[in-house]
Write a new protein. Sequence first.
Length: 348
Amino acid sequence: MRATTIHAPYDMRVEDVPDPVVRSPTDAVVRVLRACICGSDLWAFRGESPRQPGQRIGHEFLGVVEETGAEVSQLTVGDLVVAPFVWSDGVCEYCREGLYTSCVHGGFWGSSGHDGGQGEAVRVPYADGTLVRLPKDAVSDEHLLTALLTLSDVMGTGHHAAVGAGVREGATVAVVGDGAVGLCAVLAAKRLGAGRIIALGRHQARTDIARRFGATDVVAERGEAAVAAVRELTGGQGAHCVVEAVGTEQSMRTAVDVTRAGGAIGYVGVPHGSATGLDLGTLFARNIAVRGGVAPVRAYIPELLPDVLDGTIDPSPVFDLTVGLEDVPGGYKAMDERTALKVMVTNG
């Protein structure tokens, strides 16, 4: 089959690789219909996150079950399924607590020795605990299929940030970051009843989506100017709930500075850089809570899926460029150059 591999910084290739097969009775093989490129994939693309030459890549996909192991009981061949960005057994103590990303048997797609989502097919370990069945008729609805793809990562991650920030009915929310996750956090905050949503971002095409998703205000400034603008919008107090969806020292510092006393920060930006931007003295003095981390999106799919299916939420606008599998390297280039927000990859 064909799959995307990474060989060195800025060296992405689509190559012939061995077809996935069932190796364990709990495995399934999924033929990928839709995948995408994540902002976190760019750290590998740029050489800031180490990879072995020839390693697979991609962790967001949905597709059709083509084969199952003897112990798979919840899925059948032909099922349309979405895969969270980690696999998990569904039965360990962490999974039972809803923290699927800490599963004792879990792992990340594209890790060494495992298939990545940006390919024609994927071997899925612990298929019953990992995959979520979707309505089969969704396969013929291109728009719905695109929206459902976000449940593999960005919509669930944005929701995780909103939950970590304590978004509630009537709350004022600030979202730091205008990438796909930040935009999905805006949508999640609106869904959870936020009364005011301030999106921090400088790219109009993205902030237009933020407004479409429910943002009431946009702050285009950065750093101290952004903090001043948010505080002006909030009567000098700051936001009750703040999402940090970038992962840099500056973005975290901004998040802290725009949080009102007694508020909370939900952080989901993959950290990069040597410092965090967190001043424990400030957090202590102003009673600011910080929660977040790797989003256990498998826990959120059952909650979010009905709202995607009935159109209550539609995260599909985060995809602004679609490429075929053979053109994935160009998709990375587009996202790296910020000419694309998020790239969807089609396989037929």
